[in-house]
Ligand binder design. Structure first.
Ligand code: HEM
Length: 534
């Protein structure tokens, strides 16, 4: 990266960067330390004594080094870069200037992650990958917190703790680490048919990306663009890698996990160090509000895609990652993405999974990053000015001047005043209904798009999917769980269910409750059956 490429975020980060070369060792109080290899003792062979403030500070700081890892997506890798729109073609649909000002380079930080494993787990596991982007826009931070698959396991955020408990290592023995061969996962899956579509993606090669640089990203939910007139347009966000989509095959993932558990992390780091900057194109699918009910699924259902044949992808701009962080913990570990970080021109919808996320991220970051001042951590700081009446709390780094920390006030020459029409305005949507713990019937079809996905696969892709189901589900000890999954798969495609059942020694199912409307499966050779490596 040349000095010309430095973004406003880079310049802001300079204030936090410390160059340690050729410096004298000091305590945190700046007192030069004479000897850091020997503690202060009463006699050469005597006990260490309390006077040794350097010993106590050094060990205390070490003792407190760990913070909680993320409750999900604990293992990740990040990089800085920029986003640049191609043109102003979205200007009639959104006020968001970073999407509509040609040539405007908005600094970004992107973090890729696996979901289930802990911070030290291997990269090449069968899992969803996170693809989270923080845009440091001139109007504040916008976070697009997505995954590398366009749908999700569940439809309502209230199920997320159950789902994650089923995915994570089991509570009694913490087995298995980062694996889909898991009784509890498959039990949840068989009991919650809404997981079926996503499980098809998870058993496909999409769950084994060759590189973060060769991976798609999706905002998953339907969001809303809002223009100057307050008119909304539904939108789905897509990232498409310039290098194309590439996956590993199962056998490779197993060997790489043993030989280089940092395979994806290393690949991202090294390509950026070498100047082979990864790029993605941002595309949008747009649906006018009046077409909200034009589909045979609900736009608010995160287990569904909008088929691109129905709503083509429209290119918007490009994302380039061109700088590695200086310090993994300070930046990649402490970055805090949140779906609720939106800028004028982008808003939410009533998707109940999205709504659940609006609560969860800030809540978890309050504990993970030690209280409400984490937006002041350098990687999280907006480049836009921040002024408000928040005060105090742990790790306060700002020195807000003046005596009045309330609004309105007539002292101190008046403090920050609301933008009065020029600030973020929530999309005005009429909501009229009973408080009700129920899901709309429009969320009820859990199999149709799973069938579409299966039908869109080539024969070799199908072989990989069948092999993955056989391998992962074959490890499950509870027979009734295996049978339950096969029953769900039978509603996706009868041939698929029979192939899986035969592979794991379960009674093949009878006719599905509805005819599977796909092309019939050719006899798969199953040459790609993975070796049972466990
Ligand atoms: C973290 C994506 C659903 C709660 C993350 C991260 C990503 C992500 C990419 C990692 C962020 C990072 O790199 O720091 C998604 C997607 C979802 C989804 C695409 C569905 C479409 C949910 C739901 C909840 C949830 C439904 C809760 C109701 C969390 C939490 C974290 C997280 C608590 C950890 C955040 C942190 O500690 O900073 N998610 N997630 N997610 N997600 Fe989600």
């Amino acid at each position: 990266m040349t000095s010309d490429d430095r973004t406003a975020k880079d310049r802001q980060l300079d204030a936090a960067r410390v160059d340690k070369r050729d410096s004298v060792l000091t305590t945190d109080q700046g007192i030069p330390v004479d000897d850091t290899d020997n503690s202060l003792k009463a006699g050469e062979r005597g006990p260490t004594i309390m006077d040794d403030f350097h010993f106590r500070e050094k060990v205390t700081h070490f003792d407190h080094e760990r913070i909680p890892e993320r409750v999900v997506h604990a293992r990740g890798s990040g990089a800085y870069g920029y986003f640049e729109p191609y043109d102003d073609s979205l200007a009639t649909l959104t006020k968001a200037r970073f999407l509509t000002t040609p040539g405007l380079r908005t600094p970004v930080f992107v973090r890729f992650s696996t979901v289930a494993g802990s911070r030290g787990s291997a990269d090449t596991v069968r899992d969803v990958r996170g693809f989270a982007t923080k845009f440091y826009t001139e109007e504040g931070n916008y976070d697009l917190v997505g995954n590398n698959m366009p749908v999700f396991f569940i439809q309502d955020g209230v199920k997320f703790p159950d789902f994650v408990h089923a995915v994570k290592p089991e509570p009694d023995n913490e087995i298995p680490q980062a694996s889909s061969a898991h009784d509890t996962l498959w039990d949840f899956v068989q009991l919650q048919p809404e997981t079926t579509h996503m499980m098809m993606w998870l058993m496909s090669d999409r769950a084994l990306p060759r590189s973060f640089r060769m991976m798609q990203g999706f905002g998953v939910h339907t969001f809303r663009l809002v223009n100057e007139e307050g008119v909304g347009t539904f939108v789905k966000f897509h990232w498409t890698p310039k290098l194309g989509k590439r996956s590993l095959v199962w056998d490779e993932t197993q060997k790489i996990a043993g030989k280089d558990p940092d395979f994806n992390r290393r690949d991202l780091w090294e390509s950026i160090e070498m100047g082979a900057y990864p790029e993605w194109e941002l595309g949008v699918q747009l649906v006018p509000e009046e077409d909200e009910f034009a589909f045979d699924f609900d736009l608010l259902d995160a287990t569904k895609i909008i088929p691109e044949e129905r709503v083509p992808l429209r290119p918007v701009g490009r994302l380039v990652l061109n700088r590695n962080p200086d310090n993994f913990f300070a930046e990649t570990e402490q970055v805090a993405f949140h779906l609720a970080n939106v800028v004028p021109g982008i808003d939410f919808t009533n998707d109940p999974l999205l709504q659940g996320r609006l609560f969860s991220y800030l809540d978890t970051q309050l504990i993970r990053l030690g209280g409400p001042n984490f937006p002041q951590i350098p990687v999280n700081r907006p480049i836009a000015a921040v002024h408000n009446y928040h005060r105090d709390a742990y790790h306060q780094m700002r020195i807000d001047k003046g005596e009045a920390a309330y609004h309105p006030n007539s002292l101190d020459g008046g403090g920050p005043t609301p933008a009065d029409g020029a600030g973020y305005q929530h999309y005005q949507e009429k909501v009229d209904g009973w408080k009700i713990k129920k899901r709309s019937e429009s969320f009820a079809d859990h199999y149709g798009q799973a069938t579409l996905f299966w039908n869109s696969m080539s024969d070799w892709e199908r072989e990989h999917i069948v092999a993955a189901f056989r391998f992962e589900l074959g490890k499950v000890k509870a027979r009734h769980v295996q049978e339950g999954v096969v029953r769900n798969l039978n509603e996706v495609d009868h041939d698929l269910a029979v192939l899986v059942a035969e592979g794991i020694g379960v009674e093949p199912p009878g006719a599905p409750s509805r005819p599977n409307h796909g092309r019939s499966s050719p006899a798969l050779s199953m040459d790609h059956e993975p070796a049972d490596t466990i």
